[in-house]
Design a protein around this ligand. Sequence first.
Ligand SMILES: Cc1cc2nc3c(=O)[nH]c(=O)nc-3n(C[C@H](O)[C@H](O)[C@H](O)COP(=O)(O)OP(=O)(O)OC[C@H]3O[C@@H](n4cnc5c(N)ncnc54)[C@H](O)[C@@H]3O)c2cc1C
Ligand code: SF4
Length: 327
Amino acid sequence: MHPFSYTRAATTRQALDAGRDGGRYIAGGTTLVDLMRETVERPRTLVDISALPLREIMVTRRGGLRIGALVRMSEAAAHRGVRALYPVISEALELSASAQLRNMATIGGNIMQRTRCTYFRDVTAAACNKRAPGSGCAARDGFNRTHAILGTSDACVATHPSDVAVAFAALEATVVVLGPDGERSVPFADFLLRPGSTPNREQALRRGELITGVEIPAHPRPLRSGYLKVRDRQSYEFALTSAAVALHIRGGVIREAKVAAGGVGTVPWKLPAVERALIGRRPSDALWTKAAERAADGARPLHHNRFKVELLKRTVERQLRVVGGGR
Ligand SMILES: Cc1cc2nc3c(=O)[nH]c(=O)nc-3n(C[C@H](O)[C@H](O)[C@H](O)COP(=O)(O)OP(=O)(O)OC[C@H]3O[C@@H](n4cnc5c(N)ncnc54)[C@H](O)[C@@H]3O)c2cc1C
Ligand code: SF4
């Protein structure tokens, strides 16, 4: 590990000042410390933000939810309002990491976590454009079974590993950030960046900006929702594919559909073609199958992950049936 200095922010102002001067925020520390130990990350100053008052979960005036950036994953998963309004969020969190990690890790840190691409985390592997811009991408011609099939570029094919971010993408959440110029809201779809030619740029955060919370808009009620995660082992494993589904069904017709996939995209992957195929139709087994056929539109599989195309369609189909009911 490289030497670094450590400071603890007592107020948001102190955190922002330290962030503006190049300090790196640390919340639960469950992933940043690993990356520092592996020398993938070498921040010179750590700014501990864990004492800031960002640990509230509130129902908003419009009937949505605001989850503070420092709410622990386990707190958010167990929260009555989250469970009642958006089970898809609770389920995505409960299927993430381990109980110990969820007790420590925060919502802000979760959406900021970096890829699990093994070449990115291995500083002895020369080629990784994300870690060392311009060096190439060892995964393209290497072992790429767990990598992305959607949103990739010549420069990078790594997946975003967060589960709850898939639920946030499906529900069209907003990330609230605070910086030297005040507060702004960034739609989730614009917050995590596709790699393009600059895979080292991963979020739409400006220098020194702090995430203060995530807001989920109100959706028409009743809203049924849930999360399915497919992985190599049943616990403590990242997704090969996953699906977050939320459906508003009234009078026997699907009025609103929110669907996103994980484990397949360089960012959590919203599925508008699947949503369009559902809206205005009556739930049925045939509909789930037909809509899920659109889940892998635009996929560009790599040598070892062709299986993800079919697995993604089946994951989406199964979760549509679980949430929407079969007939
Ligand atoms: C073994 C293991 C298995 C895991 N499995 C899963 C899994 O299955 N699914 C899943 O979703 N996740 C998984 N994770 C990731 C885990 O959820 C993250 O480590 C955790 O959510 C990060 O939160 P943290 O508060 O500890 O972040 P930290 O480690 O403190 O920070 C992470 C990053 O976020 C930045 N940051 C933190 N808070 C803020 C803020 N408020 N504003 C701006 N920047 C901020 C930090 O600067 C840093 O870059 C796993 C992790 C491990 C170690
Ligand atoms: S996929 Fe991305 S993170 Fe992995 S080696 Fe290639 S450039 Fe690096």
